[in-house]
Design a protein around this ligand. Structure first.
Ligand code: SF4
Ligand code: SF4
Length: 252
């Protein structure tokens, strides 16, 4: 989820690279009763790599995670994307164990890996890390190298994927915004002539095009699954899918 806020509003005001030290080490959250894995609503948005890791680790599918109500789909900046679902009875993530520990720690999503850090996008293809303000309430966090905290064992291939996926989302969001504006202006004018064109013309209405973009994104990048047997294969497979998506959706 992209937030348009100033750096000082959301962080300690500093931008970090992966080799910087940052006061983010929660010491495995030991002794903290807050447990940030509750009440997160739909904010733990999943990218395709998160779902790849999750489905591999649990030997399951995207559809099964939806059926089991572990994840759900919501609209994020105009696009349908999956997120971790909070259980209605406990308001906790479906992967939070009875002992308040994450049951899928080694395959937890990127948002959870980063927390309490976040990404700050300087432009479409470059980001730095921030220490999010008022997110972790445990006093006296220790300093740790950003790279170590976020467990970046995948190296530059992961960073490359993060940038490619961010660009894809930004472009699809822009396309959806344009189409939504067309919908609004058509509704305002709503002349008889336009109604005729919409119902008898061969091209899709803006609403239909938005739906195509959303369903294509969900199906291609999440529901279809990945053949990749390891992370490197995944990163190359998704690059191919992103390139193809630009062509298929006419966004080259
Ligand atoms: S407040 Fe900080 S230490 Fe406590 S659960 Fe959340 S991240 Fe962990
Ligand atoms: S995946 Fe794990 S770390 Fe992330 S919210 Fe759920 S229980 Fe917490």
């Amino acid at each position: 989820m992209i937030r348009e806020e100033s750096l000082s509003e959301i962080s300690d005001g500093r931008l970090y690279t992966e080799n910087d030290m940052v006061r983010a080490d929660t010491g495995n959250c030991a002794g903290c009763t807050q447990v940030c894995c509750r009440g997160m609503e739909s904010s733990i948005v999943l990218d395709p790599y998160d779902v790849y890791r999750l489905t591999r680790r649990l030997q399951t599918t995207f559809d099964k995670l939806l059926d089991d109500k572990k994840i759900e789909i919501n609209i994020v900046d105009g696009i349908m994307l999956p997120n971790m679902k909070m259980a209605p009875d406990t308001n906790a993530c479906g992967f939070l164990g009875k002992d308040d520990r994450c049951l899928i720690h080694d395959a937890r999503p990127g948002v959870c890996r980063l927390f309490p850090l976040g990404r700050y996008w300087e432009n479409e293809s470059s980001y730095k890390y921030i220490l999010q303000k008022d997110q972790c309430h445990k006093p006296g966090l220790s300093k740790i190298k950003v790279k170590k905290w976020i467990d970046m064992h995948e190296g530059s291939a992961y960073e490359h994927f993060i940038v490619s996926w961010h660009k894809y989302l930004k472009r699809t969001e822009a396309a959806v915004r344009e189409l939504a504006a067309e919908c609004a202006s058509e509704q305002t004018e709503n002349t008889l002539e336009e109604s005729r064109t919409q119902t008898s013309g061969s091209s899709m209405t803006p609403e239909q095009q938005i739906r195509v973009i959303c369903l294509y994104t969900l199906k291609t990048f999440y529901a279809a699954g990945y053949k990749a047997s390891d992370e490197n294969d995944f990163f190359s497979e998704i690059e191919d899918r992103i390139s193809k998506a630009y062509t298929d959706l006419g966004m080259e």
